[in-house]
Design a protein. Structure first.
Length: 81
């Protein structure tokens, strides 16, 4: 895993209403539980411009779409651990 990886969550209204509100807490807890808070920059951003494929997050340059609370954890484990 690279240092200073950035995780960006879409907080635009569509993604937010369809699950990213809860996903903020899920991602935060994942980063805390895995002691990654000092290595990963986690921030929110307004609409990624691809609402129909949301809820979305980005990890580095990769975008992940159609997420739910289970799939986001699988992706975080695969990309960050
Ligand atoms: S609200 Fe997330 S892509 Fe538009």
């Amino acid at each position: 895993m690279k240092e200073q990886t950035e995780v960006v969550i879409c907080l635009g209204s569509s993604c937010f209403a369809r699950g990213n509100k809860q996903m903020v807490q899920i991602i935060k807890k994942f980063l805390e539980d895995n002691n990654l808070m000092h290595k990963i920059k986690f921030r929110g951003k307004h609409c990624f411009g691809n609402c129909e494929n949301g809820p979305s997050i980005m990890i580095g340059q990769k975008r992940f779409e159609h997420l739910d609370p289970e799939s986001v954890l699988v992706i975080l484990e695969r990309e960050l651990l």
